[in-house]
Design a protein around this ligand. Sequence first.
Ligand code: PMP
Length: 383
Amino acid sequence: MIYFDHAATSPPLEDVTRTMAEVMAQHYGNPSSLHRLGDESGKLLKKAREVCADALKVKPSEIVFTSGATESNNLALKGAAWQYINRGKHIVTTTIEHPSVFECCEQLQGLGWEVTYLPVNASGQVTVKQVSDAIREDTIVVSVMHVNNEIGTVQPIAEIGAMLKNNYPRVLFHVDGVQGFGKIPLSISDCGIDLYSLSAHKWRGPKGVGLLYVRDGLVLSPLMAGGGQEGGLRPGTENVPSIVGMAKAIRLASENVTAKSQEMSRLKEILVHGIQDLPQLVLNSGRDGAPHIVHFSYPGMKAEVILHMLEEEGFIVSTQSACSSKYLEPSRILLAMGKDAATASSGIRVSLGSEHTEDHINKLLNSLTKIINKLQKLKGEPS
Ligand code: PMP
């Protein structure tokens, strides 16, 4: 089996699973406890925070451990909305954000906040000018994802951050970094980012753990009431084994990003060429998109049919994104990009990991060609 669904989740590193099992069995003390076992866990937590901060080139005090990017995104947006309620009730985001941002904004709308959803162009991008034009006196936060999880579009984060810092320093800048981290170099401090969300399982760490970078000095309202863990921002006994596992993975994910990105881009280019040679397929992801995501449609054909036929051939791919694939509706992201319903209902996402080789890509292309020919014959059309 060749796994091409890294944008949904990635296989955890052996070092991660081994370390987690060790921590779970041996270092089970509550990090808040005063005895020796508690102290041991506290030290592991402190070390993990330092490793995560180091990987992101930020301060340990700026890392808040969460249960993953869904929580990080909710904490960033609702935490800012509630904290700065007297400053304003307007949020700016895009139409192609992950549901954990998009639906969080919809919830806030229901509670009286106003949200501007910026439309995207045919490749899924927003411009700095669009963001700038949307800012109002009462805007408190701008939330733009680095890389779209479905089609891999990369947003101009550095330019948006610079514009905000120069012209609207009081407006917070939140970036959902889930799909970009470890794939495309990005500097939190150089991009003027105030809040940055990550999930560990997208870069070979464990599921159900992530972090929110919160710029020093920035105050958010916690979503939950409880003990004072994570500086009071995220109460609850810390998930020490997962946090330690995440720290193992983040170190590797943050190393040699440029080189890894170049190699993935090379493989992506081969895949894109192969897809373009199949006239039945429509390429949705741009060449200038993230190096690990290739998205195409077979208009008129249900995406699940291709997914299962590829699975029979030994390839794991995805329809839409894992978060939306169960709904079987046209993709909100593709519709926002102006694609028709047939294209938006028949999308297949192939997402690469660093273990892939040219041979894997060629095998996938061979099987895809075989499947398309078979389907064309079934439809009674020339292949
Ligand atoms: N944002 C993006 C861009 C994502 O791809 C995902 C995961 N699909 C999330 C947020 C949410 O991450 P999690 O499900 O790990 O909370």
